[in-house]
Design a protein around this ligand. Structure first.
Ligand SMILES: [Zn+2]
Length: 384
């Protein structure tokens, strides 16, 4: 089997510091090939020798570690009402981040202008190896575009990579926001099979199975927010996508705001709903519980069909915690088959508000450290 620098680097990315002997044992490669791979990776600064290990008698160190600070990835996790921009290292760890409010309905240019400004404030002189942008809509991954988004007016077909190209000499990756969160869950918690639910203004799901994102033919896989709700009112509820009785029209943050407004409770965003729940407001708690049941119904069959190990909840509305989660659990455990719920966990993401950028950075670092991309880096980097 042909081996590449990326395969050897992958061992370090997965397992932490290793000695030469470890690499020979884990890779099955000959000592001379391992030596050649290690020197190439050390020369470009992706591996660094470390103290300790098997080195003795003044010989050079034979233990190495992945040098994740070699370059950075700029990530922007764009939601309906705001974005988080972050500078991440090559393991996906955020080094610095900033948040800003925007309205995704304003269209791509004003939003991406604001993201670019945020990026400029974050770059610190370290080489930027990738730019990764997460958006709350279906993404045609290979073409870096948003396709036919239910809510993102003006973004349909917009080439986000082309827009960033004049500003950074680095590949631009565009990904659905829920997919990015699911990847973060899968990788950080070492789940091979996970559904990430992003519950905020809208509702989306990211599906990672056998360690891979399921995007579907058009990038629309997991878009559960605009599937039909299992139980609907006699009077159809209009969704912001233009259709009626979508899951979002009952359980999205915007729909909860609409319901609360109808009984005289004014809110300015999903954050207010979380606050009302925290204060124990009975009307809000009742509606958020009902939203949980709607979401549980929407994913129960998906859970039976795909058999995830975990369902991780993120996004602002997930901060309603048990009030929201109890309804989701109730319906999933009622309706999904017993075997698939046996070891299933349904819980809030442990990764916090930066889960989206962590996922984006992981997806981007996989791309820039994959074999072809890495060989290009090795070729263009002068020996140091
Ligand atoms: Zn809809």
């Amino acid at each position: 089997m042909e081996s590449h620098e990326s395969d050897v680097l992958a061992l370090f990315r997965d397992q932490g510091p290793l000695s030469r002997t470890d690499v020979i044992a884990l890779s099955g490669l000959s000592r001379s090939t391992v030596n050649q791979r290690l020197s190439a990776l050390t020369a470009v600064g992706l591996l660094a020798p470390i103290e300790g290990g098997e080195s003795t008698g003044g010989r050079p160190s034979s233990r190495f570690a992945f040098h994740a600070e070699r370059a950075v990835i700029l990530c922007a996790d764009i939601g309906a009402t705001g974005f988080t921009a972050a500078l991440c290292d090559l393991t996906g760890t955020p080094i610095e981040s900033t948040e800003q409010e925007i309205d995704v309905w304003d269209g791509p240019e004003p939003v991406l202008d604001a993201v670019l400004d945020a990026f400029r404030g974050l770059v610190n002189g370290v080489e930027v190896w990738a730019v990764a942008v997460g958006v709350p809509g279906p993404v045609e991954f290979a073409a870096h575009r948003v396709v036919n988004p239910p809510i993102m007016t003006g973004w349909d077909g917009f080439d986000i990579a082309e827009w960033f190209a004049p500003h950074f000499d680095a590949p631009v990756i565009v990904e659905n926001d829920a997919n990015a969160r699911a990847v973060a869950e899968a990788r950080v918690n070492r789940f091979d099979n996970v559904i990430g639910l992003k519950l905020g203004t809208g509702i989306g799901a990211g599906l990672v199975f056998n360690g891979q994102i399921i995007r579907g033919d058009k990038g629309a896989a997991g878009d559960i927010g605009h599937t039909r709700a299992a139980i609907v009112d006699a009077e159809p509820r209009e969704c912001r996508c233009g259709s009626f009785d979508c899951v979002e029209a009952y359980a999205g943050g915007w729909a909860l705001q609409r319901e609360l407004a109808a009984i005289g409770i004014e809110t300015t965003g999903t954050r207010d709903i979380v606050d009302l729940v925290a204060r124990g407001d009975i009307e809000t708690v009742r509606r958020v519980r009902a939203a949980g049941r709607i979401i549980g119904d929407a994913i129960a069959d998906l859970v039976s069909i795909l058999n995830p190990r975990a369902i991780a909840l993120s996004g602002r509305l997930a901060e309603c915690d048990e009030v929201l989660m109890s309804g989701i659990r109730e319906r999933v455990y009622q309706r999904a088959t017993p075997l698939v719920t046996r070891d299933l966990t349904i819980a809030r993401s442990t990764l916090g508000a930066l889960d989206g950028v962590i996922g984006l950075a992981l997806i981007a670092s996989d791309a820039v450290l994959a074999s072809d991309a890495l060989e290009a880096v090795i070729e263009r980097t002068p020996a140091r």
